[in-house]
Design a protein around this ligand. Structure first.
Ligand SMILES: [Zn+2]
Length: 298
């Protein structure tokens, strides 16, 4: 039996699971991280995790993290939640310490692989996932393979234009879909409109739930933006399923049905008959990272 080690670098912790081909967890562990974690502590934690979960059956290690990252050279360029880290040569460091192949990719791509192997996209020949979190990410698994683009930066779906010259996006451009539908987008636009800061996306959706006019208007505009993005993706790559993952899926009841309706109103009638729009996101990040190993070591 082969096993695969998936490591998910998230906000506040690094979670890791040793799993078999079916996604059964054989062992798991985690380490705490935070704003004060420096490069040495960060790399030591990951080496520690691999040493703890190392097993004779282990064939490869997969790692996922928020970006931006350099997949080709295995470098974590920057992370909003780990501000002391810059240009960390993560993969090279692990290869120095262990003999296993190490694979590294961003969390949206790994969410796509996780849904493809173990979630709502299981076995789909054309699966699109959109992560609705701090930002808006995309991942595309086509015929069992992750689409990476020329140098690993494919499917930056959140930066597809919704409104030329529109709201400022975290990427520095204006009018991206992410500026209209993401936690950072909602909070930024709420502040722009009211002058008030909200502490989190939860607070924003709570205001929607209470019927606060500004929040409801901003959510509706966000739904418009997201449905236009889905329209573009559906007409471009003809996915079987679009699965949504990420923290904002918790509030799916506030926008899911309207989103589906709007998308249906924007696409060719034939696409309405079979394109599935689904809230997912129940596959753990560490499983997605393990799925990255499986893609390379069947
Ligand atoms: Zn952008």
């Amino acid at each position: 039996m082969k096993s695969y080690l998936g490591i998910d670098i998230g906000a506040g912790s690094i979670k890791a699971s040793l799993v078999d081909k079916s996604g059964n967890i054989l062992k798991q562990t985690s380490r705490t991280t935070g704003a004060e974690t420096n490069e040495k502590e960060f790399l030591d934690s990951i080496v520690d995790i691999v040493s703890e979960l190392e097993d004779p059956s282990l064939v490869a290690v997969g790692i996922g993290s928020p970006g931006p990252i350099d997949t080709e050279n295995g470098i974590l360029i920057q992370s909003a939640n780990l501000p002391l880290l810059a240009n960390v040569a993560l993969v090279a460091h692990l290869k120095k310490n262990f003999k296993f192949p190490v694979y590294y990719n961003n969390d949206a791509n790994l969410a796509a692989l996780g849904e493809y192997r173990f979630g709502l996209g299981k076995g789909s020949s054309n699966l699109m996932i959109l992560t609705l979190g701090t930002g808006l990410g995309g991942g595309w698994v086509y015929q069992g393979k992750l689409f990476n683009g020329y140098r690993g930066s494919g499917m930056e779906a959140g930066h597809v234009t919704y409104l030329p010259g529109g709201s400022l996006c975290g990427c520095g451009q204006r009018g991206c879909t992410e500026a209209y539908f993401s936690a950072s987008g909602f909070l930024h636009r709420y502040h722009e409109t009211t002058g008030n800061h909200l502490s989190s996306a939860e607070e924003f959706f709570e205001n929607v739930r209470k019927g606060e006019k500004v929040a409801v208007t901003l959510l509706n505009e966000g739904i418009d933006a997201l449905s236009q993005l889905c329209r573009t993706l559906i007409h471009t790559v003809n996915p079987e399923k679009i699965v949504f993952t990420g923290g904002l899926v918790k509030s799916w009841d506030l926008y899911g049905n309207i989103l589906k309706e709007k998308i249906h109103g924007l696409i060719f009638p034939i696409f309405r008959t079979y394109t599935q729009i689904l809230p997912g996101g129940n596959v753990a990040g560490a499983l997605g990272a393990a799925a990255l190993c499986m893609e390379n070591h069947e």
